[in-house]
Write a protein that binds this ligand. Sequence first.
Ligand code: SF4
Ligand code: SF4
Ligand code: FES
Length: 510
Amino acid sequence: MAKLTIDGKEIEVPDGTSLFDACRDARGEDLPHFCYHPDLSVAGVCRLCQVEVEGMPKLTIACNTGVRDGMVVHTRNERVTRASKQILEMHLINHPVDCPICDQAGECGLQNQYMAHGLYDTKVEKVDKVHKSKAQVIGPHVILDQERCVLCSRCVRFCAEVTGTGEMGIFNRGDRARIGTAPGVELDNDYSLNTVDICPVGALTSRDFRFQKRVWMLKAADSVCPGCATGCNVRIDHEAGRIYRLKPRYNPEVNGRWMCDKGRMTYKAVHDENRLGDPLVGGKVETWDGVAGTLAKLVGEGGFGLVVGSPYQSLEEIHLLKSLGKDAPLSGGLADSGQGTGDDLLQDADQTPNRKGLELLGVAQHDGPALADLIRNAAGSVLILGGDPAADPTVAAALTEKDSVIYVGTHGDKTAGLAKVVLPGCMWAEKAGIFVNRNGRLQEFKQAVARHGNAREDWRILSELMTVRNNPDVPGSLKGVRDELAGSVAADVDLNKLPARGFLPGGEAR
Ligand code: SF4
Ligand code: SF4
Ligand code: FES
């Protein structure tokens, strides 16, 4: 351990800690910086994180300095403050200062540093600035504005060290230096939008989010990406019922600070024009009251002959489905649904969010022919919860033979087209729930936006179906479902108070 004094405060940190991190501990906030990033190598190029170490003749950058026992460091004295201000002025010499039309405004490192440490009048007229390329499309997801770049090299290091694709580079020297891709090369890797997140200024912006909404108008909800079994922790940025973007939420046990581009686009399905907003009976729109009579006839009299879940539903919903179908055969849906390609970074080949949840609750899946047989042999109505099993032609053929299929779904998909009754459920961003990721970690997602049309949360729909069946165990709330479910997960877990980083039964997050 090393003992040092920073701004008069004594702290003790492990040997090998960088002075940058030690200063954060002592100050309670970061030093001014652009190029430092906790998950990338040290570049030491922006020179903003200057500190004074007693005994050293010159100021030094904290990000590239290790702590030493007995160090006495100053981060806020007059000499350091003047240096930060001067370096910031150098960064702004050629910057266009076009904050009013820049998408990064409101979450820009340069704006923030200027307000905290700059606050001077510029000595460089706009006509004397070096001009570089503007609004250059450099890949399927990213736009580059070279003039706004502060040459911190974070995007270069991300592509070299994290994805290993190496698309970004800094070309030329001095005030002619510019960021970009080599001729004929695109920033086109599966994680390219992380460069937008780590770019401290508005040089790299998202083609999808650009000019859609000012960031200070957005509200945020913690969630989990439903795009694959990894379950990256995300933040849903939304406003007035519309989702504008997904951002990675730090969880060192799952995704660190990253997420993939495909996962970022999963929100688009929430606003898809094919969403189901009302119950349908025989393809005709009905009210919830109007559909009750048909359900009573289908379910109340003959009961369920088969209930089918899917790995896209939450743990709570699968649990309720099990209760509903306790006298009927139960399937977790198609075993080969949602299969894609994975990689060594985050993406999993299983592109469903909760197959482990089915496993945890002991619900087996079936291949197409086996599920088709179950449907044909069902002695009563067939209840299907999500997953669009009719995407498999053998299942679709079996469903066309049945006149008592009830489908709880979100989109006008193949199964919705074949079901007698369609009940509109909610997508993950419109409800709360728990997914179990590929490592068995239970992670909570929260509701971000209002339900689409007259859709209802799936746990409510299942509870109402339980009422139709005169089932005495009807839960009155999602909390009640979780309380009931907790015992089958682990003895010592409260599913209504999961830790922020998730809960791994038998693991470190206990
Ligand atoms: S584009 Fe952004 S992340 Fe890349 S070097 Fe410039 S400022 Fe840094
Ligand atoms: S790796 Fe999977 S969970 Fe993570 S963002 Fe991508 S699709 Fe979503
Ligand atoms: S953060 Fe230390 S030099 Fe950039």
